[in-house]
Design a protein around this ligand. Structure first.
Ligand code: BG6
Ligand code: MG
Length: 220
């Protein structure tokens, strides 16, 4: 009856939202319209395909399937150029501290991300070895707020959903965790992530006693 910890990637472990934003903005500009930071909020936790659908909607653009696929590839290639330059300095503050603590206490840890680029990013920043299991955009068919990604992560960790703790920066991600009957922890603006069971601005606000409590609380 052990507990499991599940981490979202973008916006929780690394601040890649800015690179997603720059790549989408470039495409929008090429297509002749603006793409703002506010609009980018809607893209958090959302699959690449769904993001492009929203973007084209914003620009009032009708695309053929062929054009759509070309733009999907173009956006990702631009995004990958940013990712290429990433290193450990882009890990969000105190994330390694928490991962290290969980590893030392043999708590199962999984990634639960919508991104198809999750594995190479974790490799680049040197955090891959902390994860017992990776569930990402390559493994799931239903996007957050559907709980599929987290339920699959729980299954892979061999931990009951109710004993899982999820860290998320996206509204859709918190909803997915709640639907999965997991403990949801919002990382970011508590007014935006108001549906979360607990809220923190970032990991510097989370002390290890709390992590231990969560692990124990569900494990005993
Ligand atoms: C999520 C991000 O983690 O991954 C979204 O929050 C992104 O903004 C999605 O669209 C898909 O990512 P990728 O790397 O597969 O394009
Ligand atoms: Mg995220």
């Amino acid at each position: 009856n052990t507990s499991g910890f599940i981490f979202d990637l973008d916006g929780v472990i690394v601040d890649t939202a800015k690179y997603h934003y720059l790549a989408w903005k470039k495409l929008a500009n090429e297509l002749g319209f603006e793409f703002t930071h506010e609009q980018n909020e809607l893209f958090k936790g959302v699959s690449r395909k769904k993001c492009l659908e929203i973007l084209l909607d914003i620009g009032g653009i009708n695309a053929t399937q062929e054009q759509f696929d070309v733009w999907m590839v173009e956006k990702n290639e631009d995004y990958l150029r940013y990712i290429e330059e990433m290193d450990a300095s882009e890990i969000l503050p105190d994330v390694p501290k928490v991962l290290q603590f969980l590893k030392e206490h043999n708590v199962p840890v999984a990634l639960g991300s919508a991104s198809k680029n999750a594995r190479p990013i974790l490799e680049k920043v040197g955090l891959l070895h902390y994860f017992d299991s990776i569930v990402d955009g390559n493994n799931v068919t239903k996007a957050k707020p559907d709980p599929e990604v987290f339920l699959l992560a729980a299954e892979k960790l061999n931990v009951l959903p109710k004993n899982c703790i999820v860290f998320e920066d996206a509204v859709a991600g918190i909803q997915a965790a709640n639907i999965a009957n997991m403990v949801s922890i919002g990382i970011g603006d508590e007014n935006v992530l108001s549906e979360a069971d607990f809220n923190f601005n970032d990991f510097t606000e989370i002390n290890l006693g709390f992590i231990q409590e969560l692990a124990k609380l569900n494990g005993e």
